[in-house]
Design a binder for this molecule. Structure first.
Ligand code: AMP
Length: 823
């Protein structure tokens, strides 16, 4: 009963219902247009679960704590918050496991919310689907609220939120009162401080909607310390015999009354006030004539009660009240104001209060008109809704027909996890052999692989186990078409299939990045002289250039040790001219990622040219190109030497030294919790003296569907390097990088003679991934390279491909192990 207001005041404030306008929802950053703040609305019906606010994780590195901000336009009493993740109907898996809340009444002073025990972090969502509601204990009174996800940097967060409460018609924006005192009652410490007071001039327990019990030693809030609900003062400390409080309001109001909830446990020296004198101020000075109430002090009942102080319709924006002691102690737990006809808290208002009678015939006419308008609007809404429902039913029916068709089709397919591409695509005369086109012809742009996997016998249950992830991504693989560039041959094409958000777990430890000088200097473009083309990547071409004055341009930290050549040779990666906005953003994001990495085994970004187009990043030049090409050339040399009966120059230890360097670079990345997601020999560069540096952070930035890379309409994924959980669950972690390292090590020790699992088609690779998932001993591992010692194969390489990601070694361990294998 004592918390009636908190219990009643729980209305959704308009994120879900749309009453809160888009322009009132903002954020510190957004990853892309499709994850802007305005999409951060909680969706109870779950809809398609798409759209959510997702921050740009990289901006956290700049010291900005990410937040989604809601402006409620007026002060609200907020008792509850709801959060939800983004599942995009099975394609997304982002949510905030924990978050914090900040709020403000004026938009400039921000207060971090904490619970009654001082804990700031709120446990949020456990999956991308469910709405999790959290009572705010204590509630907050605010106009602006910020949701701030707390990440462990192992996953991207997306949030959809709702606030619940009611408008704070009280208008009180702050109060200042003397500090509460400590009572010692029969050896028990009883603290009467305002423990949730929220700032220098803030609000606290007197406005938290919770009223203390008759016995102040007990609290209606479970497990709080004695006296918790009351703010109280000892008469001894106030020689004038009264406690003065000042209440500040949002604007000048016409006050009818004030209600003060007082304890009256006189058997313990506590009694309600004997006099309240209130002064009013709406201009610069306090008005001379106060309002005074001398209530009859109750010497019979010890019940805590609200005492109403009539304020005589006085206008003010500030009220100063003096409450006079009538005993040793005075304890208050709540103060509420009524002004004008606005009564926020009906439970505090006697029904027969004459000040609230509505006796105006004009008002009745107005109400009549409003009712008529509302009735008309309701009719229109019902008609619109009916039409939409009808349309949806039609749509569903047609989808169901397609699904049924597919189920039937799959039933004819092999019972197991086998894929026969041509047969799946043969119906309908489609020229493409993509599975997806069969399933969702209604939505060519965005496909849902999870539906397909549910249709497969073994995955019918396991999809649940897999959670919300796109477990059947694998099944959606389209055979790669034409003879691709070697790197493209290493990766598989997905027909418009990837919700890249499930491939989005780029972990970045911002603390470690914080403080690093990440500003990248703009290099004068005219000082670059083209020498030759080094290669071509997703973004465009990579050129070898001379950079005049680069050594002077670089500060000490950046300068390339031991290289005083001038002009300096650099590699210049240029964004192709016809790149779309997403590619452009991603190019800039790759720059931001690289600018923060400093390690001898990570390729260094030296400068950028981003002031004008085409965008360029200038990296150190690695004379021997990428490791894949390098090893291929070495192998050819070996064959030639063998042919001429010349001893091999290449030793096993040279190869392991290369692997050691990659492990070292990865160790650095893992210390930052940074997941590379595309570790392979093709993405390592070779400098002088077999120096290896990890490059290509392209994959680590492909976070969202909208941002996903498409080459001729195809999203690409390096499936032969990917762990089973990356393919089936879209989970990228350090452990999946470890998996890729195992494959990279295999590539090195086989001198890149062939692609990993070259005897398997793309579909069979995916099938094999299914075997890893099923764990029935049918999975195929890459074979031991001939030059690889048994111990390195079993202890190291195979351990990288353990099903349980937790059982895979760390880069630290592998680095040590590889070093040891050298001696
Ligand atoms: P990327 O777009 O990063 O995949 O680069 C495409 C190709 O350009 C690589 O496979 C390398 O052969 C070459 N390349 C890229 N960066 C460098 C560099 N810093 N030094 C030498 N060659 C490079």
């Amino acid at each position: 009963m004592l918390r009636v207001f908190v219990e009643i005041c729980r209305y959704p404030l308009g994120m879900t219902g749309g009453q809160i306008q888009d322009e009132d929802i903002s954020a510190s950053s957004q990853w892309s247009e499709s994850t802007a703040a305005r999409f951060g609305r909680l969706d109870f019906d779950n809809g398609d679960g798409d759209g959510a606010w997702c921050p740009d994780i990289m901006s956290e590195l700049d010291g900005v704590k990410e937040y989604l901000q809601v402006d409620l336009r007026t002060l609200h009493f907020i008792t509850l918050v709801g959060t939800q993740g983004r599942h995009a109907d099975g394609m997304g898996n982002e949510f905030a496991q924990r978050y914090m809340i900040k709020y403000s009444r004026d938009g400039s002073n921000w207060v971090g919310w904490h619970d009654r025990k001082g804990r700031q972090v709120i446990e949020g969502n456990r999956n991308a689907y469910d709405v999790v509601l959290k009572d705010l204990e204590p509630p907050i009174i605010a106009r602006f609220v910020r949701f701030m996800p707390v990440t462990d940097h192992s996953m991207i967060v997306c949030m959809r939120v709702e606030l619940y409460g009611c408008e704070w018609l009280d208008g009180l924006v702050s109060y200042s009162i003397p500090d509460g005192h400590q009572m010692i009652y029969r050896g028990l410490d009883v603290y009467f401080n305002d423990s949730v007071y929220d700032g220098a001039s803030g609000l606290g327990q007197l406005t938290d909607g919770t009223w203390g019990l008759d016995d102040f030693l007990h609290s209606p809030i479970y497990s709080m310390s004695p006296g918790y609900d009351y703010v109280g003062w000892s008469n001894k400390s106030f020689p004038k015999g009264y406690v003065e409080m000042i209440f500040e309001f949002d604007h000048v109001r016409n006050f009818t009354s004030m209600k003060v909830h007082c304890n009256n446990m006189f058997s313990r020296g506590v009694r309600m006030f004997r006099q309240a004198t209130c002064y009013f101020r709406s201009g610069p000075d306090w008005e001379a004539d106060p309002v005074t109430l001398r209530p009859t002090v109750d010497r019979v009942s010890q019940i805590a009660r609200f005492v109403t102080v009539p304020l005589g319709d006085r206008t003010a924006s500030l009220i100063k009240c003096r409450f006079h002691f009538s005993d040793l102690w005075m304890l208050f737990s709540e103060v509420a104001f009524q002004s004008g006809s606005a009564v926020y808290n009906t439970s505090l208002t006697p029904r027969d209060d004459p000040t609230h009678k509505v006796d105006d015939s004009n008002t009745r006419i107005l109400i009549g008109c409003l009712v008529a308008i509302i009735a008309i609007l309701l009719t229109i809404i019902v008609i619109i809704l009916w039409r939409q429902v009808w349309q949806k039913m039609l749509e569903k029916a047609s989808r169901r027909m397609l699904d049924d068709e597919l189920t039937a089709h799959l039933a004819i397919q092999t019972q197991a996890f086998s894929l026969n591409h041509s047969s799946l695509s043969s119906e309908g005369g489609s020229t493409s052999n993509s599975t997806y086109e069969r399933i969702f012809p209604l939505c060519a742009d965005y496909q849902e692989p999870s539906r397909l996997i549910r249709k497969l016998p073994e995955f019918a249950q396991s999809t649940e186990h897999l959670g919300s992830c796109t477990s059947s991504r694998a099944l959606a693989v389209g055979a790669s078409d034409s003879a691709p560039h070697y790197a493209e041959a290493d990766i598989i094409s997905l027909q418009e299939s990837s919700d890249s958000s499930t491939y989005s777990i780029t972990a970045v430890n911002m603390n470690l990045f914080a403080g690093t000088d990440s500003s990248m200097k703009e290099f004068p473009r005219h000082k670059l002289t083209f020498k030759e083309k080094l290669g071509e990547g997703q973004f465009g071409e990579v050129h070898l250039c001379e950079a005049e004055g680069m050594q002077d341009f670089l500060d000490e930290v950046l300068s390339i040790e031991g290289n005083n050549e001038s002009p300096l040779l650099v590699a210049v990666k240029t964004l192709r001219e016809d790149a779309n906005k997403n590619a452009r953003n991603d190019f800039l994001k790759e720059i931001r990622i690289m600018s923060r990495l400093r390690d001898p085994n990570i390729v260094r970004l030296l400068a950028v040219c981003v002031d004008t187009d085409p965008l360029c990043m200038i990296t150190e030049y690695m004379e021997n190109g990428d490791l894949n090409q390098f090893l291929c050339i070495l192998r050819l040399k070996e064959i030639t030497l063998f042919f001429f009966s010349v001893y091999s120059t290449l030793s096993y230890s040279k190869l392991i030294e290369m692997a050691v360097q990659i492990a070292s670079g990865m160790k650095y990345l893992s210390s930052l919790n940074f997941v590379h997601r595309d570790l392979a020999t093709r993405n390592c560069l070779v400098g002088k003296n077999y120096t290896i540096k990890i490059a290509d952070f392209g994959m680590s930035r492909n976070l969202y569907r909208g941002d996903y890379y498409r080459i001729q309409g195809r999203a690409i994924l390096p499936i032969r390097w990917m762990s089973w959980e990356s393919i089936l669950l879209g989970k990228f972690t350090m452990a999946s990088d470890v998996w890729a390292f195992g494959v990279t090590l295999w590539e090195i020790l086989t001198l890149c003679k062939e692609q990993p699992y070259s005897h398997l088609s793309d579909e069979q690779v995916i099938e094999n991934t299914g075997e890893f998932f099923r764990d029935q001993g049918k999975q195929v591992y890459l074979p031991k390279p001939p030059c690889c010692p048994e111990r390195v194969y079993t202890d190291l390489m195979l351990s990288c491909w353990r099903r349980n990601a937790k059982q895979r070694p760390s880069f630290q361990e592998m680095h040590t192990q590889l070093m040891e294998s050298l001696v």
